[in-house]
Design a protein around this ligand. Structure first.
Ligand SMILES: Cc1ncc(COP(=O)(O)O)c(C=O)c1O
Length: 395
């Protein structure tokens, strides 16, 4: 992640935990916060709700990234912002935000920046020092490590002065029957027995990702994503949603270019809706009849994806996630979502690419098997064939 030598690395449970921890460490003088937290309406709840409990301001994102930066600049220029909280990549649409440019903007007005890298970290190389990011939060499970471990990396001063995240063993210098002096450093916030396995597996996952060839990695992900987007574009009634009309081509203002940082563009998330069909039905249908796992709903980002006031183009519905890399065997860790049914709580069948019914799939919880049957089209254009080795073909 390219942290500075004195950055604190605090192990947490996940990104949500990391951002809540930081919310408890915002600078306070005489019981009053020294500034507001500024955030956009496109955030995941993890990077939205912790700030609602402290002095804050929110900005509704403009239809372009360039316009959104201007809006943030206008708000920062009013003064009194201590922290800009932004996502590195939207979990709703996959669009990447220019974190280097945003960091420069925040610093210009005396604020710090925290980047929610839950979605960015598995898809882009991040360099905290080069991008001048003050705090970065991410989760192990999004990096193909097991659930249960996350990280907050960043400048130690606020963290050393902040309220200990978990009061308990390991977080103290000295404790008496009714008083305590807290330690500093990561231990201040890591009270209790550590999640050793979570930290070790998260570390290994970051090493594996750090060793990837960036060009091959991005080419692979872009190829699968383009394949999916182009296939969806051929289906009547399908709309692929994005927040910013310029996210593919955005270039930060001169002197503040994203450069070699996490950059811009879109990670492997595709958000689409099918006119006339409920997203839940589309997702259930694709899961049941074609073995394709989608997420549907509002993606823990209600203001961005269907909250009141949400622009219609943003009311994204189903979302497909494509892997950024392959395991040495040539199968991506998430190809299972393409090659096998996403078990939806009942018994469904797989079929092969040629629409021939295949052997009933094994049941998850011992449901009795039933004979295979042909998939029924939900929509005349929506026939997605299922391929092994991580490829979903949209016909
Ligand atoms: C952009 C973003 N931020 C934060 C989170 C929260 O991550 P976690 O549930 O691991 O805390 C997610 C999870 O989907 C996410 O996509």
């Amino acid at each position: 992640m390219g942290g500075r030598p004195d950055d604190a690395v605090i192990f947490t449970r996940n990104t949500t935990d990391s951002l809540n921890l930081l919310a408890g460490c915002l600078p306070v003088v005489d019981g009053v916060h020294t500034g507001d937290v500024l955030y956009l309406d496109i955030e995941h709840h993890a990077n939205l709700l912790p700030w609602q409990g402290v002095p804050h301001r929110s900005v509704i994102a403009a239809p372009t990234l360039a316009g959104t930066l201007d809006l943030l600049r206008g708000e920062l220029a009013h003064g009194g912002v201590s922290l800009l909280a932004v996502t590195g990549a939207s979990n709703v649409t996959g669009e990447v935000l220019p974190i280097r440019a945003l960091a420069a903007l925040a610093h210009e007005y005396g604020a710090r920046i925290v980047v929610d890298a839950a979605q960015l970290a598995p898809h882009r190389r991040i360099d905290i020092a080069a991008d001048d990011v003050d705090y970065l939060a991410f989760s192990g499970h999004k990096l193909y490590a097991p659930f249960g471990a996350g990280v907050l990396v960043g400048r130690p001063d606020w963290l050393d002065a902040g309220t200990p995240h978990l009061a308990g063993g390991g977080a103290v210098q000295d404790a008496r029957i009714d008083t305590v002096s807290w330690t500093t450093g990561p231990a201040r916030h890591e009270g209790g027995s550590p999640n050793v396995l979570g930290a070790a597996t998260l570390a290994r996952a970051t090493q594996v990702i750090a060793d990837l060839d960036v060009d091959q990695w991005h080419a692979h992900e872009n190829a699968i994503r383009s394949f999916l987007v182009e296939g969806l574009a051929r289906i009547d009634g399908v709309t692929v949603h994005q927040i910013f009309s310029d996210s593919a081509s955005f270039d930060a203002p001169a002197g503040k270019r994203p450069g070699g940082g996490a950059g811009t563009g879109t990670i492997g998330v595709v958000n689409f809706s099918l006119e006339g069909y409920d997203a839940g039905l589309v997702a259930a249908y694709l899961s049941a009849e074609h073995g394709i796992g989608l997420r549907d709903g509002r993606f823990c980002a209600h203001p961005c994806s269907g909250g009141s006031g949400c622009p219609p183009a943003r009311c994204g519905q189903a979302s497909a996630w494509v892997p950024g890399w392959r395991t040495p065997s040539g199968c991506s860790p998430h190809s299972s979502s393409c090659a096998r049914p996403a078990w939806a709580g009942t018994m469904w069948w797989t079929r092969d690419a040629g629409s021939r019914p295949t052997t009933p799939a094994p049941t998850r919880t011992g449901h009795p098997t039933r004979p295979a049957r042909r998939a029924r089209p939900l929509h005349p254009g929506l026939t997605l064939s299922v391929r092994s080795r991580g490829a979903c073909r949209v016909r």
